[in-house]
Design a protein around this ligand. Structure first.
Ligand code: SF4
Ligand code: SF4
Length: 56
């Protein structure tokens, strides 16, 4: 299962640059993860200030 960004996301963009496979992009009001690309490395969760990316 991929990581998923919850509605807690404040759209700061910090996670996008940290993703080694470029699975994160800006969505409608928050950032989103492409589940087909995510390798579950956890880097996005490590840098997120609000804990929005969570393993499903
Ligand atoms: Fe990218 Fe890793 Fe986050 Fe998946 S868990 S979106 S691969 S940084
Ligand atoms: Fe949203 Fe967290 Fe990514 Fe910032 S680091 S865009 S708050 S998921």
């Amino acid at each position: 299962m991929a990581y998923k960004i919850s509605d807690e996301c404040i759209a700061c963009g910090a996670c996008e640059a940290e993703c080694p496979v470029s699975a994160i992009s800006e969505g409608d009001g928050k950032y989103v993860i492409d589940p087909a690309t995510c390798t579950e490395c956890g880097s996005c969760a490590d840098v997120c200030p609000v804990g929005a990316p969570q393993a499903e």
